[in-house]
Design a protein around this ligand. Structure first.
Ligand SMILES: *Cc1c(COP(=O)(O)O)cnc(C)c1O
Length: 423
């Protein structure tokens, strides 16, 4: 198993060369800590697997949208996959150009479409006929030709750990059902301000094996044939994201070579440039949520470990019943079976239930592992809690890449007293 960058040295968990207690002392807790070299390694691993195939890796910004993480990925040669105008703003602020951007999402507003066209994005992924017409109208108003891709819903069975992270099955809101692609292509001659440049799909997230991909690719390729037969100038084949990472000890890493073998063969046949949209794979294992134990509590025959991080900081256990490994930062003797819970007034506010953990006491630091994806990017201010700090480690150095919110920040956009207006 390749290192995540988080390893024990002399009984103390380090992020690369930096002891986590050093970061906790300097920045406080809860804090997200990311390892730059793990992200670099994952990027190169995926990039290498597609060596010899014209391809471009577009990082799914929603997995971790911190500007410094985006800049790091840009320096490696990544592009981005965005799902909102806000993500476009971030990408441009991180130094990406419009040509590095693929714009996905089922509900793009007219304003966001205009923003994307003004930025000169590489592709706008179309998810409905109505959206296609809207993109054409916005492009006409701006006097440009919008480069688009059709996101095909291949309607395959997708096996993911939670139903909320499937997207490529029949009946999902995502993509154009494969049987409707030809109807969409037939509309194109009447829409002079769009140009079909790609076909794409995204099957879901945390997909454990290659079966859905193996089923879906022929369907994507058949949609491609229809588009080509209609004379469309297709240049890109986008296979989406969804590569899985291990969260539990018994889970295995995604077989990148197997994945690449299947995708490579299909892509080479088409002669198109392959686009990949990994989010989780590039950043999940590179991050932990560093939190301090506030209290131990024993109630109704159960043990609880109460941490200073809560579901507002990391919502995956509450939202997806997701598993996160949790380790003491300083190796600790003894064992206890406990619920590890946050301070929020919700029963869903837990990181682990009935988990065997070392006998950590108040003041101990814990690392909630594999928190680099869908961690901070899903954090909220629920219970009026300021969102945590974020730290990037690179070898022996560390830097704050996201300052902890202040309590003033919590009310900054709210108004009292009110400036009433009359109708
Ligand atoms: C979320 C998303 C991704 C990334 O998914 P991961 O599971 O994080 O790799 C890629 N493409 C699209 C369109 C997405 O919505």
């Amino acid at each position: 198993m390749t290192s995540t960058g988080f390893d024990y040295r002399a009984g103390v968990l380090h992020a690369e060369e930096v002891p986590l207690p050093t970061i906790a002392s300097a920045v406080g807790t809860p804090t997200y800590v990311y390892c730059a070299n793990t992200i670099r390694h994952r990027f190169h691993q995926l990039d290498q697997a597609f060596h010899g195939v014209p391809h471009h890796i577009h990082f799914a910004v929603k997995a971790n949208s911190n500007l410094s993480i985006l800049s790091l990925l840009r320096s490696l040669g990544a592009g981005v996959d965005i799902v909102s105008g806000g993500e476009l703003y971030r990408a441009l602020a991180a130094g990406f150009h419009g040509r590095d951007v693929v714009f996905s999402g089922v509900g793009k507003t007219v304003h966001e479409i205009a923003q994307a066209l003004n930025a000169g994005v590489q592709l706008i992924n179309i998810e409905s006929e109505a959206e296609l017409v809207t993109v054409n109208a916005v492009a006409e108003r701006l006097g440009v030709i919008a480069p688009i891709a059709i996101r095909v819903n291949p309607e395959v069975t997708v096996d993911t750990p939670h139903a909320y992270i499937k997207t490529g099955e029949k009946g999902q809101k995502f993509g154009i059902p494969r049987d409707d692609v030809s109807r969409l292509v037939a509309c194109l001659p009447d829409l002079p301000n769009v140009q079909l440049r790609g076909l794409g799909m995204h099957l879901g997230s945390q997909i454990g094996n290659a079966d859905p991909l193996r089923d879906a690719l022929p369907r994507l390729l058949s949609a491609l044939e229809q588009a080509r037969a209609a004379g469309q100038p297709i240049a890109f084949l986008d296979v989406g994201g969804g590569l899985s990472v291990p969260y539990e000890a018994h889970e295995t890493e995604a077989d990148i070579d197997d994945y690449a073998r299947i995708v490579r063969a299909a892509a080479l046949d088409t002669g198109l440039t392959l686009l990949l949209e990994p989010g989780r794979f590039l950043v999940a294992e590179a991050g932990v949520l560093l939190t301090e134990v506030l209290y131990r509590k024993h109630a109704a025959g159960k043990d609880f470990v109460v941490t200073d991080a809560g579901m507002n900081d990391l919502i995956r256990p509450a939202l997806y019943q997701a598993y996160h490994a949790i380790d003491p930062v300083v190796i600790t003797d003894g064992a206890v079976v406990a619920d590890i819970v946050g301070p929020i007034c919700e029963s869903g506010d837990f990181f682990a239930k009935d988990r065997a953990v070392p006998d950590v006491q108040a003041g101990a630091l814990l690392a909630v592992r594999t928190a680099g994806a869908y961690g901070f990017s899903m954090a909220s201010n629920y219970n009026s809690r300021a969102r945590p700090a974020e730290v990037l480690v690179d070898g022996e150095q560390f830097a704050v890449v996201g300052v902890r919110e202040s309590q003033e920040d919590l009310v900054r956009l709210e108004r009292a007293p009110l400036h009433w207006r009359t109708a």
